[in-house]
Design a protein around this ligand. Structure first.
Ligand code: URA
Length: 209
């Protein structure tokens, strides 16, 4: 089973509480999502490998470190995942960004991608799939499956708030994928919203129904 990393740093909890408050406006919501994503990205990248390199400081030659190994790709699930891109890019400016948009066909219940644009070398990258809300886990699992079909083998999931149902589904269907999440909430309601959650993240970011 993939690991679930709950990133509950005090700064993250504090900022998340403001995001959850129904009186918080979209300007603050967006800024906080970006700040939290950056803080979470710090933990998500903690185990990246390093290699030695020789540099010259103004004083002496030294063995310094740099990140080695696979390059990263950031893949937001449309549309709320877009709110997490700039925080990650601030940390990892050289990461490539792809996009996945999908919906479930109401009759066949099969995932239908309506947008998918990925870096051509995606199979050779560490992929960070991001979506603020991990509710049923349906979109997350479908997006991960699409990435695996394209050869991706190193996938990490980054979410803000999750429901136990969604976390369990991703762990079951994609046991090789680690989940990084700021808060694991109580449950889903009958409309598949996370309780207590923070409402419709896409609406809070874009203010469009
Ligand atoms: N998507 C959201 O934006 N909010 C939820 O609570 C669940 C899914």
């Amino acid at each position: 089973m993939g690991n679930v990393h709950i990133i509950d740093h005090p700064l993250i909890q504090h900022k998340l509480s403001i995001m959850r408050n129904k009186h918080t406006g979209s300007k603050d919501f967006r800024a906080l999502l970006s700040e939290i994503t950056l803080l979470m990205g710090y933990e998500l990248t903690r185990d990246l490998p390093l290699e030695d390199m020789v540099i010259e400081t103004p004083i002496a030659e030294m063995n310094a470190k740099r990140i080695s190994g696979k390059k990263l790709a950031i893949i937001p699930i449309l549309r709320a995942g877009l709110g997490m891109v700039d925080g990650l890019l601030t940390l990892i400016p050289v990461a490539k960004v792809g996009h996945i948009g999908l919906y479930r066909d109401p009759d066949s219940h099969q995932p239908v991608p309506y947008y998918c644009k990925l870096p051509s070398d995606i199979d050779d990258r560490i992929v960070i799939v991001c979506d603020p809300m991990l509710a049923t886990g349906g979109s997350a699992c479908d997006a991960i499956a699409m990435l695996k079909e394209r050869g991706c083998r190193h996938i990490r999931m980054l979410n803000l708030v999750g429901a136990p149902e969604g976390v369990e589904r991703v762990r079951k269907e994609h046991p090789d994928v680690d989940i990084y999440i700021a808060a694991l909430d109580e449950r889903l309601n009958e409309h598949a919203y996370i309780v207590p959650g923070l409402g419709d993240a896409g609406y809070s970011i874009f203010v469009t129904k």
